[in-house]
Design a protein around this ligand. Structure first.
Ligand code: KIV
Ligand code: NA
Length: 265
């Protein structure tokens, strides 16, 4: 297993090799994903929804992100690990943003960080990059500003918003980000952005014209089942399979089938 670096991702784009990325929040899942050959693991602030049951990504704290990230890091040998800066840990000023990014790098051992937004957070990104910390951008649907938009619908359908997105993407590349996530934007726009940049654009609900794909692992393996956007491909129905297994266990305990002769001392 070769270790993936931020450099390898840019090379993959240059060679036309698509980048595979999924979320991970814990050691056991990270180990499976790493052994399966994923390129990038994202310790997403979607942990706020998936792991903690919050309605939005806003409540998760920096300490909680560090706990998830350090668990993931202990499970990997090969993947590049990217960690989301959570809401409230970078918006007030560049110094705070750098402090938060440094805490993630020092306390979890992660390889890079991601934050949401374009020119509004340009100075913060520059400061983090100046400290030698690789930064992944995130444009399009940015869940940390959900209360500004009010919905999780497709972004940048209007000309003006599409232009701002393209400008932000070019700016993120210019100041030194190693990649960008584009979430829930028209496929045509996403393709245009990917073609305009030499750094990889990793899409979620952004079509097939980008340089890689990311999904929330718990969604793609069907552990969650109430979230059904068009862009989600489910590879397993673990909600049903796990429910079946748990029901069988209850039955076996009640009927005294478990444990049997061989399953005891
Ligand atoms: O937190 C997350 O899972 C993300 C991906 C959806 C890109 O930011
Ligand atoms: Na996120």
């Amino acid at each position: 297993y070769k270790r993936i670096t931020v450099k390898s991702l840019v090379e993959m784009k240059a060679n036309g090799e698509k980048i595979s990325m999924l979320t991970a929040y814990d050691y056991t899942m990270a180990k499976i994903l790493d052994k399966a050959g994923l390129d990038v693991l994202l310790v997403g602030d979607s942990a706020s929804n998936v792991m903690a049951g919050h309605e939005t990504t806003l409540p998760i704290t920096l300490d909680q992100m560090i706990y998830h990230a350090s668990s993931v890091i202990r499970g990997i040998e090969h993947c590049l690990v990217v960690v989301d800066l959570p809401f409230g840990s970078y918006q007030s000023d560049p110094k705070e943003a750098l402090r938060s990014a440094i805490r993630i790098m020092k306390e979890s051992g992660a390889h890079s960080i991601k934050l949401e937004g374009g020119k509004e957070i340009k100075e913060s990104i520059k400061r983090i990059l100046n400290a030698g910390i690789p930064v992944m951008g995130h444009l399009g649907l940015t869940p940390q500003s959900i209360y500004k938009f009010g919905t999780y619908t497709v972004r940048a359908k209007e000309e003006q918003e599409a232009e701002k997105l393209m400008e932000d993407a070019l700016m993120l590349e210019r100041i030194g980000c190693f990649a960008i996530v584009l979430e829930k934007v028209p496929a045509k726009l996403a393709k245009k952005v990917a073609e305009a940049l030499t750094i990889p654009v990793i899409g979620i609900g952004a079509g097939n014209g980008v340089d890689g794909q990311v999904l929330v692992t718990h969604d793609m393996i069907g552990m969650t089942h109430e979230f059904n956007p068009r862009f989600l491909r489910r590879y397993l129905d673990l909600f049903a399979d796990m429910t079946g297994a748990f029901q069988q266990y209850v039955k076996d305990v009640k009927s005294k089938d478990f444990p049997n002769e061989e399953e005891q001392y």
